[in-house]
Design a protein around this ligand. Sequence first.
Ligand code: NAD
Length: 350
Amino acid sequence: MKVVVLPGDGIGAEVTNQAVKALRAVARRMELTFETTELPVGWAAIDECGQALPPFVRQACRQHDAIFLGAVGLPDRDQTLPQEQRPERAALLALREGNFANLRPIWLPPCMAQPGHPAADMLIFRELNAGIYMGGDRGRRRTDGVVEAFDTMRYSVPEIERIAHLAFEAAMERRKHLCSIDKANILATSALWRETVEGVSARYPEVSVRHQLVDSAAPAMVQHPEQFDVLLTENLFGDILSDLGGVLAGSLGMLPTASIGGDVGLFEPAHGSAPDIMGQDIANPIAAILTMAMLLEYGLDLGPAAHTVRNAVLGVIEAGYRTVDIMADGCTQVGTTQFGDLVVEQIDTT
Ligand code: NAD
């Protein structure tokens, strides 16, 4: 199993180190063999060879089973480049290409819950390749002397079916509840979405399905996160709901992501390069380590290995260790590297 590792910029490299340590530990523990190839991306690549995603890196990514990416971009330096050459645009968009499902787990274990901040464990599936952000008619026109602008939201049945199948399969491995979110009382695309998801659900009789309008789902996610297991939604709603869900996890350092469905999946923490904290050994590596767990599960089909990594992270949290961004009364504050070491210790010993 071949994994390409792109640490990138800022804290990207610091948190990637911890995720790779966890990968090595789980390989030892479960007698798995991974071939990892570390390559530059973002400013690390621009400094080395003049481009955020050099052709040899892109080529290597195509020849591996999964891609792990730390983070790219450094705001002060980004501004010196035209938009299309900036790392976020030039590297990330190209690496995500072809992957039509964006997965965003929102996880706050019960031991981290606080009054007004309940525990959460949900997995959002956001469609990534269609909808109002992609293609379709858009633009401005002048009608009777008045300027107007328009965008087009479009979905086809196969585009809905393929992500619905992935979401149902994930639900089968979890608590077997799926909430499909739309605006079917108004939008034609949502009516088709609902109808199509309903059709796909027949193939997964063990999964209970609920359809919810986006405007009622958003507050419910915040007030009653325990009602949600797998959420399935289109591109625009998914963009907004996954950021809203991110707030439930308490810190950007808790949020892994995966983009899958194409030839090679891209796995990356939701956060950026966080230049304000880089080099201080204080970045939270949980997002990156949980991203590695997603790579094992969705990129390499190694569910039990993913489970081992997630359990190890939970074990460290339950033992009271926290990085500064999630520090709480009675807990022990540790740095990035020490948190990573504790996760490795958990994998090795439990
Ligand atoms: P950011 O996510 O890097 O940081 C936002 C805030 O969250 C900062 O205060 C930071 O210290 C904190 N934070 C982020 N990750 C953390 C972690 N693991 N532990 C503790 N605190 C953490 O977003 P930004 O500051 O808007 O962007 C910085 C750079 O990253 C920009 O160049 C941007 O383009 C890039 N970026 C890249 C990605 C990506 O690679 N996927 C995503 C978002 C932003």
